[in-house]
Structures are given as structure tokens and as C-alpha cells.
Design a protein around this ligand. Structure first.
Ligand SMILES: [Mn+2]
Length: 202
């Protein structure tokens, strides 16, 4: 069983953004999020709350150009922090799945803490990727964030939008479903002895 605290901090600075991020995988969903991108603050707060991870993010970046760099770099940093915090992955449930509605929107998410980065993402309605949610957050960035998290954390993630019309509802249901699936997958299961893989490593 993993005994080390499952906490990691990432500092990542490039010419496009500067990110300070800390995650505690065994938290209660407390967050302090300041990304300078209001809709993304909302999404990360929802992720923390529904994954029962404590999350602190302080970011700045070239949002005068576009929110793209800052949002993507936070996704990368969150993925790196998740990977580090998971440690050797001993004692975890490993798999998680969730089906989460938000009014008319319905999203299924499945997470495998596999060590093999793979994202399968489908079902957003036509035109979603071009919509500016809140007037500043491009719909295309929803998938891009899940790519950044999944690839850097070493997750296998399947996200399927089963229904939805309102872009805010769809995006929020995606983040909540991912959070709930991740919550299950990273949970420590007292019945799991060691690393839950026939290979002996994840
Ligand atoms: Mn990009």
C-alpha cells in the first residue's frame, strides 16, 4: 500500500506562460484556482471538487494573444503533477468510470491509470469546437486540455458526450465526468495488494 503522501507540486515557466500548481490526491476537493481564464477556473474548481483532490493553481500567460497557451500549459502541469503524486500506484483501484448529466448534457468518462497515454474523445456536437464559452474559452480547448492531462499523467481516458446542446453544460459535464472517473481510479482500495497490474508496473 502506498504510504507516501500523494501530493505533488509543479512549477513550469516558458516564454508563453508561468504555472504554479499543487495537487493532493487524498484531499476533500478544496481548491484555490487563479488561471486568469475565468471559465477554466470554473472547470478546474469542478475537477477538484468532484475528484476529491485539493488543487492550487496560480498561472499567468500571454492571454492577450489567446487563452490557448495558458490553458494548455496548465493541462500539461496538471498531468505532470498527477503522474508524480500517484507515485508507484500501489494499492490504487486503477479503473474508474462515471456517467454525469448537467441538465440536457450527458457525458460518460472512463479512466485507466495505465501508464499508457491514450485519449478517445467523441460526441461533441458540430460547431462546439468553434464556440467561445463565456466569450473567451474556445470549445476546441476542452479536448485539448484532456489531451494535455492524459498524455502527461499517463492515463487512458475515454470521454464520450452522449447528449447536450448548451456548450457550457457540455464542457462542464465533461470535466465533472472525468473528475468522477478519476476519483474512482486513484482511490486507494484496501483489497488491492501492491501494484494492480499483471506486469507488476504501471
Ligand atoms: Mn496547443
Amino acid at each position: 500500500m502506498t504510504t507516501a503522501p500523494r501530493i505533488a507540486s509543479i512549477s513550469r515557466t516558458t516564454s508563453e506562460s508561468s504555472i504554479e500548481l499543487t495537487i493532493n490526491l487524498d484531499g476533500t476537493g478544496v481548491s484555490n484556482i487563479e488561471t486568469t481564464v475565468p471559465f477554466f477556473d470554473h472547470m478546474l474548481t469542478a475537477f477538484a471538487k468532484h475528484s476529491l483532490s485539493d488543487l492550487t493553481v496560480k498561472a499567468s500567460g500571454d492571454i492577450h494573444i489567446d487563452v490557448h497557451h495558458t490553458v494548455e500549459d496548465i493541462g500539461i502541469s496538471l498531468g505532470l503533477a498527477i503522474r508524480e503524486a500517484l507515485g508507484d500506484k500501489a494499492g490504487i483501484s486503477r479503473f474508474g468510470d462515471a456517467l454525469v448529466p448537467l441538465d440536457e448534457a450527458l457525458v460518460q468518462a472512463v479512466v485507466d491509470i495505465s501508464g499508457r497515454p491514450f485519449l478517445v474523445h467523441s460526441g461533441e456536437p458540430a460547431g462546439f469546437e468553434f464556440h467561445l464559452i463565456g466569450g473567451h474559452f474556445t470549445g476546441s480547448m476542452v479536448r485539448h486540455v484532456f489531451e494535455a492531462i492524459t498524455f502527461n499523467a499517463g492515463l487512458t481516458t475515454h470521454i464520450t458526450v452522449l447528449n447536450g446542446r448548451d456548450p457550457h453544460h457540455i464542457a462542464e459535464a465533461e470535466f465533472k465526468a472525468f473528475a468522477r472517473a478519476f476519483r474512482q481510479a486513484k482511490a486507494l482500495d484496501p483489497l488491492v495488494q501492491g501494484i494492480p497490474s499483471t506486469k507488476g508496473a504501471l
